[in-house]
Design a protein. Structure first.
Length: 151
């Protein structure tokens, strides 16, 4: 869809650090991570909210999200906890109107120590994007784990 940043990423017209892709969904690093290894999983088909997606695609999206969580844990990211989050619609603070599941590993001293940081994130007031090289390294580390996890 025109003017959708996630559709631009899916089409290869906008940069992204890709973790996983199949014929239904794409996983890539969040550009403003709330924890090391913060990943977004999106359906390839543009849809704003979950009820617009066919049931099989919804199920698949969360299946892949679980695989990403396993890959993060295999790397030791989020060992003490992770957020698995989907803001489904503007009233739920959805900033990008294309369905996406967040998988956010938490660490003792990560980027989300306070509610104010979360507020800045969900209102889109967050500061600079994380360097692409760092996101690429994280994506590569996750990609290496996935063959062991996805069968
Ligand atoms: P939400 O508030 O659930 O809509 O979250 C949108 C997420 O998309 C935020 O965590 C942003 O940091 C992330 N985001 C926005 N643009 C990009 C982009 N070009 N590449 C990667 N992540 C993005
Ligand atoms: Zn889109």
């Amino acid at each position: 869809m025109a003017d959708c940043i996630f559709c631009e990423i899916i089409a290869g017209r906008a940069p992204a650090s890709i973790v996983y892709q199949d014929d239904t969904c794409l996983a890539f690093m969040d550009i403003h991570p709330l924890g090391r290894g913060h990943v977004l999983i999106v359906p390839l088909e543009h849809a704003v909210q979950l009820p617009e997606l066919p049931d099989a695609q919804r199920t698949h999206l969360f299946r892949v999200a679980h695989h990403i969580l396993d890959a993060q844990r295999a790397l030791g990211w989020g060992k003490r906890g992770s957020h698995i989050l989907l803001n489904d619609g503007p009233q739920a603070n959805q900033m990008v109107p294309h369905i996406h599941v967040h998988i956010i590993p938490r660490e003792k001293r990560d980027a989300l120590p306070t509610l104010s940081r979360l507020f800045l994130h969900i209102t889109g007031l967050m500061g600079r994007a994380t360097a692409r090289t760092s996101l690429d390294e994280q994506a590569s580390a996750l990609r290496q784990q996935l063959p062991e996890i996805i069968h």
